[in-house]
Every structure is written in structure tokens, then in C-alpha cells.
Ligand binder design. Structure first.
Ligand code: MN
Length: 234
């Protein structure tokens, strides 16, 4: 087959673009980067041993292909303490640097329900040693996620129940209105340090109640006004 003019010949198998399903359409959302917010709910900061009055939230990253809409979470190697963290995902349609608070929401395409799966034992060692967090956070399929709901459909939810159940039992519960950095603040803060772009996804932090899962468990994560996902630990 003839190549399009200007299309380079790749010397190896080309990595695929990660895409997320969008509710109500066959079109998909292409992912560029994944930013994650740590300690964005006071009660979770306290359960992790921090003081929400003294520490601001902060950022780390996962990889685009860590996002996984399959509904299955394979228990990862080298950990005996893998935790769930239910989080609202914010999917950006446009980006930029130094985005003012008042313009931030214009950059959002839509929202989804995700789980920031964490090898807590490896993250704990990394913290103790002052090392980066990737080994605890950015492993294969570490971010189960559901369909993206467009803002044209649901607007910009800034309150509503966020919950995670394991085998039917509520483990995490909170409200989006408990976030320390609201969505416009996350976007504005991030854009001061990174140039945001279309396809960037922000996982907005987790309420309290994080805890371990085991093979055979079913996680059900839900956010009022967005939806829910069911994920089997295999
Ligand atoms: Mn998290």
C-alpha cells in the first residue's frame, strides 16, 4: 500500500495511541499524558500520616497506557499490598501554559471514573528512601477507568458522592466538594509547571478509606453525575 506523503517509515513496530471510550459515541478520546494528584482530600491525607493544614496537594504521573478500560485488573508482581484509590478523571480537550483559574474549565472535554491502583508497599519504601514513586504507581494497567462523559452532556460536576466498594462493601466514600484543589485549581496549578495539551488526563485524588485488594475481588467505583465501573481483580 502506498504511504501517505510525509509519513515516515518506522524502523520498529509503532506504539499504539491509547484511547478511552466516550459515552454515547463510537469516537474515542486519545490520551497524551496522565497527571495524578496526591493528597487532595483532607481525610485521606490524615490516613496517610500527613497534615492537611500544613501540606498542599502535589502531582505525580502515570503512563498513558496504564489507563485500562477493560474491567479487569491483573494483580501486579512484586507487591503484597495493592490498594484501590477511587478518583475522578478529568480529560482535557485543549491545553496551554499558565492557564488562569477563570478559563480552566474551558479546557475540559469530559469526566470519568477511575481507580489509581497503588503498590503501597513499594510506594512506602520509595517514600522512606526519598525515591521516585513510579514503581508503586505507574505499573501495567494500574489505572482502571470507565467511559468518558462529555461536559456537553453532564457539565462540570463539583459535588456529589464518590464511592468505592469491594465485593459489595463500601470501603471509600466522600464527596467531590471535599477536594482541596478543585478542578480549575488543578488545571491552573499544573499549567504553571507543565504545558498542558489535548489528550491530557488528570486523576484528581482519592477520598479516605484506601485499602488492599486480592485476586477474586470485584471493585465497584462510582461518582454521582458521572457513572460507575466494575473491575475484577484477576
Ligand atoms: Mn491517588
Amino acid at each position: 500500500m502506498a504511504m501517505e506523503i510525509g509519513m515516515p517509515e518506522f524502523v520498529i513496530e509503532t506504539p499504539s495511541i491509547v484511547t478511552l471510550p466516550i459515552a454515547g459515541t463510537d469516537a474515542v478520546f486519545p490520551v497524551r499524558r496522565v497527571y495524578c494528584i496526591g493528597r487532595n482530600y483532607a481525610a485521606h491525607t490524615v490516613e496517610m500520616g500527613g497534615d492537611p493544614n500544613r501540606e498542599a496537594p502535589f502531582f505525580f504521573q502515570k503512563n498513558p497506557d496504564n489507563l485500562d478500560p477493560s474491567g479487569e485488573f491483573p494483580y501486579p508482581p512484586h507487591s503484597a499490598d495493592v490498594h484501590h484509590e477511587v478518583e475522578m478523571a478529568v480529560a482535557l480537550q485543549t491545553g496551554g501554559k499558565n492557564i488562569p483559574l477563570g478559563k480552566a474549565l474551558e479546557h475540559v472535554f469530559g469526566y470519568g471514573v477511575s481507580i489509581d491502583m497503588t503498590r503501597r508497599d513499594l510506594q512506602g519504601e520509595a517514600k522512606k528512601l526519598g525515591r521516585p514513586w513510579e514503581i508503586g504507581k505507574a505499573f501495567e494497567r494500574s489505572a482502571p477507568i470507565g467511559t468518558i462523559r462529555a461536559t456537553t452532556e453532564i457539565g462540570h460536576p463539583d459535588h456529589g458522592r464518590i464511592e468505592l466498594r469491594v465485593n459489595g462493601e463500601v470501603r471509600q466514600e466522600g464527596d467531590l466538594n471535599q477536594m482541596i484543589w478543585k478542578v480549575p485549581e488543578m488545571i491552573s496549578h499544573l499549567s504553571e509547571y507543565f504545558e498542558l495539551a489535548p489528550g491530557d488526563v488528570i486523576l484528581s485524588g482519592t477520598p479516605s478509606g484506601v485499602g488492599p485488594v486480592a485476586r477474586g475481588d470485584r471493585m465497584e467505583a462510582s461518582i454521582e453525575a458521572i457513572g460507575s465501573i466494575a473491575v475484577d481483580v484477576v
